[in-house]
Design a protein around this ligand. Structure first.
Ligand code: UDP
Length: 313
């Protein structure tokens, strides 16, 4: 039996990308995954490659690509601060030139395209929680700019292709997401803390630990992404997707120490420059358009993630 649709996932070997590929295959689509494997894990592809409807192409989207598909998801870009800062120019090119190449492909194929944007477009927000109508507070020349400004420029490209060429687009702004499939050494707070706690090493809290984030479990996130792709053409976004419960980094550290039964202590380190003080999505809009809100508690999500990290170590 044939598959419903042929779908391109750029960045399909990454944490969110590989989880999305898995979900699309389950939903009876054929998946073409593009990835340059710069920060993604080949292990993420082992399971996927066993499916005959999955095709992997090692490709850097800063270069044009020709492939026949019905829909495109662009999730290609390193997303962890230490990783995206390691080669800032490449990060910027991935968001800007990569988006342009995929938009050109979508225009040629006349197909729908979704951009995985980010809560980082709000920078260090002065408005809390963040609504889509907030324009943000972003340093254009700081450590985070390559990611923030790259993603902001990508949103502009998407919007202009929609306005000028009538391309069907969806822009989602993804807030902090975690879960099985994360690279345990990518430098994110949840992966760092769980690995440190499991190894009995001190948990490295940056700054005074009073900064907040809100953490969305990966299955909830994938569910939201799929729902948004299926909305009517007049829904273009940007649309916030994330968990609306803010959590301080100190509380997170204590929770992870408790849940792993760890003897680890906390070690305070310098706060990286431009590290946002607070971040939390207002999810009124996504609730209204697709009735989505996260259903996995932090407790349950962390439990599953801790099990996954134990199996990796
Ligand atoms: N953070 C921390 N210790 C770590 C890694 C991160 O205290 O080992 C802090 C970081 O400074 C930030 C928050 O945790 O305030 C979330 O960081 P992450 O890198 O996960 O993502 P961000 O939301 O900053 O992009």
């Amino acid at each position: 039996m044939g598959r419903h649709k042929r779908i391109l996932v750029a960045g399909g070997a990454g944490f969110l990308g590989s989880n999305l590929c898995k979900a699309l295959l389950t939903l009876n689509s054929e998946v073409v995954c593009l990835d340059n494997l710069s920060t993604s894990r080949e292990e993420n592809l082992i399971f996927l490659k066993k499916n005959k409807y999955f095709k992997f192409i090692q490709h850097d989207i800063t270069q044009p690509i020709e492939v026949e598909v019905d829909e495109i998801y662009n999730l290609a870009c390193p997303a962890s601060p230490p990783r995206y800062q390691a080669d800032a120019i490449q990060t910027l090119k991935t968001s800007v030139l990569g988006s342009l190449n995929l938009l050109e492909l979508a225009k040629k194929l006349r197909c729908k395209i979704l951009q995985a944007s980010t809560s980082e477009v709000y920078g260090d927000p002065l408005v809390h929680p963040q609504k889509e109508s907030y324009w943000g507070h972003v340093n254009p020349v700081g450590k985070r700019s390559c990611y923030d400004e790259g993603k902001r420029c990508a949103e502009t490209f998407f919007m202009e292709y929609h306005l000028r060429y009538g391309l069907e687009i969806k822009i989602i702004r993804i807030f902090n997401t975690y879960g099985p499939g994360m690279d345990i050494y990518d430098g994110r707070v949840i992966s760092n803390f769980i690995v440190q706690a499991l190894k009995g090493e001190p948990l490295t809290v940056y700054g005074n630990g009073e900064q907040t984030r809100s953490f969305c479990y990966v299955d909830d996130m994938i569910n939201a992404i799929l729902k948004i792709m299926d909305t009517e053409p007049n829904v273009i976004g940007p649309i916030n997707v994330g968990n609306p419960d803010p959590y301080s980094i100190n509380r997170l550290a204590e929770k992870i120490i408790y849940m792993t039964n760890s003897e680890s202590k906390i070690a305070f380190k310098d706060l990286p420059s431009d590290d946002p003080l607070q971040r939390c999505p207002d999810i009124t809009y996504i609730k209204e358009i697709v009735g989505w809100e996260p259903t996995t508690s932090l407790e349950e999500g962390l439990k599953r993630t801790i099990e996954y990290f134990k199996s990796c170590l």
